[in-house]
Design a protein around this ligand. Structure first.
Ligand code: HEC
Length: 274
């Protein structure tokens, strides 16, 4: 075979591989993003050094979620220690079963037959931030809306048809899907206007809006409650994460200094060859 032929074959091969990758990509993106009907998930930036946020998060979790969702790979004492909550205060306020000891795993409070209640057993959430992603959780918990066709009267944009009731409804209030008139954009990015200069609008549906006065918290307060809760789930998914990231910076720093020192040493040795 001439070298020209083999180059041709190689180009063809590369083309096939690229075409296959393109198709795979297309199939995946055609399924819709991870946040489904919600569109793009809202971005979530954890802050594991914000101990107060984590403390508020664990308190919300125990009060509103632990009844259904265990955290079976964490221990009570470890959480109290990592979140800097004195053990007596932690146990008095957050541990309702007095027979529990600090070394016990957080195996949940759900009876075994709970599957029959929801059709699905509420999953353990220790690692949920690892397999679903924090963006997904943060969006999911804020995307419930009223839907009378569903078993609990609610549905979710991020997880359509979820078997989980909207447990934070009293805090958030009644969220609905509404339609809004939004301005149409012209090609140059400006708003389209009619002859008398009024913006031309188009009705678009699928916006989430909380019915005013139905929830205990304002939108900002509710978002910040979900922020803390998601932050806590990120912590619980990998308790060592904050430490790991801090040590990572030390290592990078160490390598910088080490590289500088070794290059000086290299120059010193090289003097002998001149
Ligand atoms: C009344 C019981 C109940 C309560 C309370 C509850 N959940 Fe759920 N949750 C469920 C059920 C059931 C599912 C499974 C939904 C499904 O797969 O359709 C679920 C699913 C989830 C999922 C998705 C997990 C996955 O692997 O798909 C997350 C995240 C979640 N819940 C978070 C929470 C948080 C945070 C709270 C507290 C604010 C909470 N849940 C309170 C019953 C509950």
């Amino acid at each position: 075979m001439t070298s020209l032929q083999s180059t041709k074959i190689n180009i063809l091969r590369t083309f096939y591989v690229l075409a296959a990758l393109f198709c795979i990509n297309f199939v995946y993106s055609a399924e819709g993003g991870p946040c489904k009907d919600y569109g793009e998930c809202d971005e979530f930036k954890y802050s594991l050094n914000d101990i107060e946020s984590l403390q508020r998060g664990v308190s919300t979790y125990i009060n509103y979620c632990y009844g259904c969702h265990s955290l079976q790979y964490s221990r009570w004492g470890r959480v109290a220690e990592d979140l800097q909550i004195p053990e007596e205060i932690f146990f008095e306020n957050l541990v309702f079963d007095k027979s529990i000891k600090p070394g016990d795993l957080m195996i949940g409070a759900m009876p075994k037959d709970s599957e029959n209640w929801f059709g699905v057993t509420p999953p353990d959430l220790t690692l949920v931030s690892r397999y679903k992603g924090d963006d997904w959780i943060y969006s999911y918990l804020r995307a419930y809306y009223e839907d009378s066709s569903k078993q609990y009267g609610v549905n979710n944009l991020v997880y359509p048809g979820t078997a989980m009731p909207n447990v934070l409804l009293s805090l958030q209030g009644n969220q609905r899907l509404v339609c809004k008139n939004i301005p149409i954009l012209a090609k140059n990015g400006g708003q389209k206007r009619d002859q008398s200069g009024n913006p031309i609008t188009k009705e678009k549906c699928g916006f989430l809006e909380v019915e005013e006065g139905t929830g205990k918290l304002s939108k900002e307060e509710f978002d910040s409650l979900i922020y803390d809760l998601t932050n806590f789930l990120v912590y619980v998914g990998e308790p060592i994460k904050a430490t790991r990231e801090r040590i990572g910076w030390y290592v990078v720093f160490y390598f910088l200094i080490f590289t500088a020192l070794s290059s000086l040493l290299y120059r010193e040795y090289h003097k002998d060859y001149n």
